[in-house]
Design a protein around this ligand. Sequence first.
Ligand SMILES: [Zn+2]
Length: 431
Amino acid sequence: MLFENVDIIDERFEHQLNRWVGVCDGFITYVGDKAPADAASFGERYDGRGKLLMSALYNAHTHSSMTLLRGYAENLPLQIWLNEKVFPFEAKMMPEDCYWGTLLSCAEMARFGVVSFSDMYYHMDHVARAVEESGLKANLCDDLLALNGERLDDLPLRATVDQLISEVHGRGGGRVLIDCGVHSEYTTNPGAVADMAEYAAKHGLRMQLHCSETRLEREECKRRHDGMTPIKYFESLGVLDLPTTAAHCVWVDDEDIRIMVERGVSVAANPVSNMKLGSGFAPIARMLEAGVNVCVGTDGMASNNNYDMLQDLYVLALISKGSMLDPSVVSPKQVLFAGTRAGALSQGRDDCGLIAVGMRADLCVLDVTGPSWTPMTNPLFNVVFAGHGSDVVLTMCDGRVVYRDGEWPTVDVERAKAEVTARTNRIIGQL
Ligand SMILES: [Zn+2]
């Protein structure tokens, strides 16, 4: 495909007018201010007038199967939400429920310009099947839960992850990757966490965690582990020796932030989920200033409840300014970087998340002709503060169109909606 005469957000996250962007064999092969000499060799020519082309979005933390729980458990504090509502529902979920939940998630993400996500859950072979079929990308981990002092070798998880590595890792031309995961400090024990870190190091895998989501989690962690905060605790067990994405990091201090910078930890901020569950406001401005790779996650659909990531970016900017009492912190450029390139880097996808020659063609096109986009005095501010996921008219992942003008070429959305509704009703009927 050759995008013609299209305004873009370039690799420096600056707005450029009237560009030509060529895509061939899944990669961006041309970016210029005039048509390439070999313009005739491209397939479709896409008229970019009235459109804005930017990197697609990377959702750095979610639980895609949880689409089934959208709207199921509301207005509850996190521990009650988790223990009394979410865990009992999840105990009834079958592999095919995860497949359909994920497939619907993929369709919704594609609709909102998201091409890739990091996911912690179970039945990951079925989740992977949905990702592969949808044409999206994902870093999947079946995360460690070890509440009763078990070590990794005592748990069925060990064999599950072995199998995921040998059968799923790298599928879909590298679109599906397997990570290791630790659910959280409060659902595991130190021995098992250290085992998981050692296992990940041995297999060269990345790590995903929930970390310092609530004040209670932080205080109880300190009480249980000689005053160590969750970040220090994970560092002490070797987890941060791995390329790690720590979701939430709402309750972190300057020492935690220093460790995250030193260890190259990516923080998946989940601003909407953290507010919805009343967990607080992560110190995004301080983390960015210190040099943390801050990326953005939606979290699962029980705590968001949608995949419109432009909303999450909007909220990220607003809470940062509001909580710091400073409108100059966390610029639109930083927000867009967090939603795109930083997310790709957190997944180890170094050739993703920028519009530049040689990068993978993960792109989204926004229709910018609507009233809320006018005038285009500062397009970056318009994207973050006036844009909506519903402005996305085309989403491309590795050069393949996964959403365009109300249609999903890779997913039967009506079927996925019907399956998710029926499966949710079945589980609620069993509870
Ligand atoms: Zn989560």
